[in-house]
Ligand binder design. Structure first.
Ligand SMILES: Cc1cc2nc3c(=O)[nH]c(=O)nc-3n(C[C@H](O)[C@H](O)[C@H](O)COP(=O)(O)OP(=O)(O)OC[C@H]3O[C@@H](n4cnc5c(N)ncnc54)[C@H](O)[C@@H]3O)c2cc1C
Length: 415
């Protein structure tokens, strides 16, 4: 596969862009693969990428029922941060954030990583104490965050109202190297790099059944026929319970709709990401100028990629209180995705009761930021059959053994 470079752009400009190759192919499935990964979202594609890059395993198929990146990976609000409280979380999210720094070079595609800084607002005294504690924990974990006062918040975000009528801004947890990236490009970059290593990305192919023999995985049955596999990785976010049921086990996952919306584009007015957990809303400005706004999760389990209507009103109300100038903006689009929630709001990267079936799910409302770190850890689990240090604490058995990794505060706002 030819490398993307400034030279390639110049060369193609001279020949009217007739020489670009397809970024990935449209192969028919082979009879057998060493590893089949179900789900061509960011986590599935990153798993494939690191299987090839770190372990030299390339007889791999990534099977996707729709189009790649068409699940939550292409529906999120792209926030990247690693300011979690517990040590296992800080380790995997910080690994992930640091991999985002070099992702464009690693996959040879511009993923537009923008480390513009992320603030989580403290609007009650309880939140002040909580975020001060997180900043101390992050210092011990080697994650660069600080607790800042309201004046500094105002300096970083001139459009914010720090004297809000209900909840004045009392400070914030500031992570200067957090930020955003272009979500589609993350999926496309990994897909292209995987195709370049000889892997098959098979779109429009739904897995409908999992065959096992003697407690080991044997094959998957798909809308494009039966595919044998040595190992099977289930990386399907909100559909994890369905796939687990096909394989004959249960997961502690609930699937709910989470939604987001964007405004009409306006001139640059905010160059950091702001999250307001108490009033529940968060916002950043895209490179196109749209204000990207995150809403809440539905209060009931469902599979509609839409989200309940009343959340739009609640979210916009919260943000108008925080940023009064947006009251004059028109909203352009609203959409939803199905997220996979665990009880402790931490992910599952784990072996399963069936031999050679591995599962990666439970990233809930905040897994975009985790894509490269998760792929790194999942590839190690699949390649070696045992979790490495990044995944060791995220086994599914923790729910039976009561070893929860409680991140309900870090995930307090749905992002
Ligand atoms: C509105 C919204 C905002 C969000 N904002 C943020 C944010 O700001 N920051 C952040 O870090 N995270 C955010 N998230 C969460 C983040 O998007 C997800 O955690 C992450 O994208 C999950 O990626 P994934 O690869 O696991 O899942 P997905 O991208 O959903 O990929 C799973 C794939 O599996 C496929 N699949 C399902 N069943 C089958 C089957 N039977 N056969 C074949 N394929 C199948 C699906 O079609 C899908 O493409 C947000 C999510 C939403 C919905």
């Amino acid at each position: 596969m030819k490398r993307y470079s400034a030279f390639a752009i110049a060369r193609e400009a001279l020949r009217y862009h007739t020489g670009w190759e397809r970024a990935w192919g449209n192969p028919e499935p082979k009879k057998r693969y060493d590893v089949v990964i179900v789900g061509a979202g960011g986590h599935g594609l990153a798993t494939a990428f690191y299987l090839g890059k770190n372990f030299g395993i390339t007889n791999v198929a990534v099977i996707e029922k729709g189009w790649l990146g068409g699940g939550n990976t292409g529906r999120n609000t792209t926030i990247i941060r690693s300011n979690y409280l517990q040590d296992p979380s800080a380790a995997i999210y910080e690994k992930s954030r640091s991999l985002y720094e070099t992702m464009s070079q690693d996959v040879n595609m511009n993923v537009m990583f923008s480390p513009r800084g992320v603030i989580m607002l403290a609007q009650t005294h309880h939140e002040v104490r909580g975020y001060e504690r997180t900043a101390h924990a992050n210092a011990l974990q080697g994650v660069d965050t600080t607790f800042i006062g309201p004046e500094k918040v105002k300096e970083l975000v001139p459009i914010i109202n720090i004297d809000g009528p209900r909840y004045p801004v009392l400070g914030g947890l500031w992570q200067p190297r957090g930020g955003t990236a272009r979500h589609d490009a993350v999926a496309w970059g990994y897909a292209r790099a995987c195709a370049g290593m000889g892997m098959d990305i098979i779109q429009n192919c739904a897995v409908q059944g999992v065959e096992t023999e003697g407690g080991q995985v044997k094959a998957v049955n798909t809308t494009k026929g039966r595919i044998e596999c040595g190992k099977l990785a289930l990386v399907v976010a909100g559909h994890s319970s369905d796939l687990a049921e096909m394989a004959g086990f249960r997961l502690p996952i609930e699937s709910v709709a989470l939604q987001a919306l964007v405004s009409e584009p306006i001139k640059p007015c905010m160059d950091v990401v702001v999250m307001a957990n108490t009033v529940h809303g968060y916002m950043s400005q895209s490179d196109k100028g749209e204000m990207v706004i995150g809403g809440g999760t539905d209060g009931f389990n469902n599979y509609t990629q839409r989200g309940s209507f009343h959340h739009i009103e609640e979210t916009v109300r919260a943000l108008v209180e925080t940023f009064p100038m947006i009251s004059r903006l028109k909203m352009l689009r609203q959409w939803g995705g199905i997220v996979d929630m665990t009880g402790d709001r931490s992910p599952i990267i784990s072996k399963t009761p069936v031999g050679n079936i591995f599962v990666n799910c439970g990233w809930g409302t905040g897994g975009f930021k985790a894509i490269p770190g998760s792929g790194w850890a999942m590839a190690e689990l699949v390649a070696k059959g045992e979790p490495g240090p990044l995944a060791a604490e995220f086994g599914v058995d923790r729910f039976r053994e009561g070893r929860f990794i409680d991140e309900s505060v870090a995930a307090g706002v749905a992002h």
